[in-house]
Design a protein around this ligand. Structure first.
Ligand code: ADP
Ligand code: GN1
Ligand code: MG
Length: 374
């Protein structure tokens, strides 16, 4: 559940950043599962200016200073790529607002870390792909993001969350959590647990390709939910990829896959009525088209071939993570109601089942792209 953050604390934190003007409002904002996010509006001489203020989740990100180092490096690189493309760096990449001490974060008396970004105005983060075009545009944006980081030096990045998408390792941890049964919830989730046990081999598939060097390790976003891309209100184009906490070496097929998992599902991630959950093939096709266009030929044939396997693996992995968190007492993902993580797990299982039912059609879509794309 969300922890209450007092106004005095917010006032104190805001005063540390290099902004001017009087605070008009500072309210909780967005639907992220990880950080505490606020929209801050300040009255400045030129008019109202909006910012995003975030308290970094310290139980998840063990070293916020390294995390902010990563984000500074990545946004600097993206900014120069955007300038080369004659884009607008103030809207197309996150701008960090420094503190009065010229740091990218503020550490409060409790040891919590805060950061501030320029708010990207006239743009929307969608929770659902309301139209095919919207989803296509988000795909182009994530593809472009991938392409723009193609030559970024990964060695200057810290691993913000080690083994973040190491699915087989997550499976081992999941078994440990089941074994421990800290909250006494294992019995209730027996069917779901069994589902993931049956999928052990499949969950290793993509990682095996990586280990055998058949897939390249790239710098990827690693959390490509639709609500992590801003869509311009007037043009409908995906303008800015946000939530850069997990930018790390990773697999392009996982960036593709996590977008499909979240955005091509016909239901919400925590929907209780599982009959609403399915894979929308039209959205799958649009995303594939947009992502490959955005990547501009930078993916290998094997990566393109494995894109749907990335989608299935990410859905399995995420479902397993939701379930592990439920079994551990909802300590990782923010929840707003009881059993929300169990519900989230169930939608992921249902989505995997629907992917399996539709695998032939998925392959048909992919064949078309494999033939045209090369
Ligand atoms: P979390 O890791 O908790 O998901 P995010 O960084 O994704 O946190 O932020 C949560 C939400 O805040 C986003 O989904 C988006 O709606 C909003 N947001 C974040 N950064 C910006 C920004 N620079 N401009 C406008 N909105 C933003
Ligand atoms: C979290 O931060 P947010 O809400 O965009 C999580 C992702 C999960 C996602 C599931 C750092 O993403 O890995 O796929 O929830 N982020 C982290 O909705 O764990
Ligand atoms: Mg987010």
């Amino acid at each position: 559940m969300k922890e209450e953050i007092k106004k005095e604390m917010l006032d104190e934190v805001i005063s540390k950043f290099e902004i001017s003007g009087e605070v008009q409002s500072c309210q909780r904002y967005g639907n992220g599962h990880i950080n505490d996010t606020f929209s801050l509006v300040c009255k400045e001489t030129s008019g109202n200016r909006q910012y995003i203020l975030q308290k970094i989740n310290r139980s998840i990100f063990k070293n916020p200073e390294q995390l902010m180092h990563n984000i500074s490096q990545v946004t600097d690189h993206l900014r120069s790529e955007i300038e080369k493309d004659a884009g607008d760096p103030l809207r197309e990449v996150i701008t960090i607002i420094p503190t009065k001490d010229n740091l990218s974060f503020y550490r409060d008396a409790l040891g919590d870390y805060w950061r501030m970004y320029l708010f990207i105005t006239d743009a929307i983060c969608y929770e659902k792909a309301e139209t095919k075009d919207l989803f296509y545009q988000s795909a182009v944006a994530f593809g472009k993001f991938q392409k723009r980081l193609q030559y970024f030096d990964a060695s200057c990045l810290y691993e913000a969350i080690p083994d973040f998408h190491n699915t087989p390792l997550r499976y081992q941890r999941f078994l440990e959590v089941v074994e421990l049964d800290r909250m006494g919830r294992v019995k209730e989730a027996a069917l779901e647990i069994e589902f993931f046990i049956q999928k052990e081999k499949e969950m290793k598939l993509c990682k095996n390709y990586l280990d055998e060097k058949k897939l390249p390790l790239r710098v990827t976003h690693n959390d490509t939910k639709l609500n992590n891309v801003m869509i311009d209100k007037s043009t409908g184009k995906g303008i800015c990829v946000i939530d850069l906490d997990t930018v790390m070496p990773g697999l392009s097929i996982y960036d593709f896959g996590d977008s499909i998992r979240f955005g091509a599902n016909t239901a919400e991630e925590d929907e209780r009525d599982l009959s609403k959950v399915s894979l929308n093939l039209e959205l799958f096709e649009q995303y594939t088209k947009g992502f490959l266009e955005g990547c501009e030929g930078s993916l290998t044939d094997t990566e393109i071939y494995l894109l749907p396997y990335g989608a299935k693996t990410m859905t399995l992995e995420c479902g397993m993570r939701f379930l592990a968190d439920y079994l551990e007492g909802d300590v990782y993902f923010k929840t707003h109601r009881d059993r929300q993580n169990l519900d989230r797990c169930r939608t992921q299982i249902e989505l995997v089942r629907d992917m399996e039912r539709k695998w032939k059609q998925i392959e048909q879509i992919m064949n078309q792209y494999l033939l045209n794309g090369d």
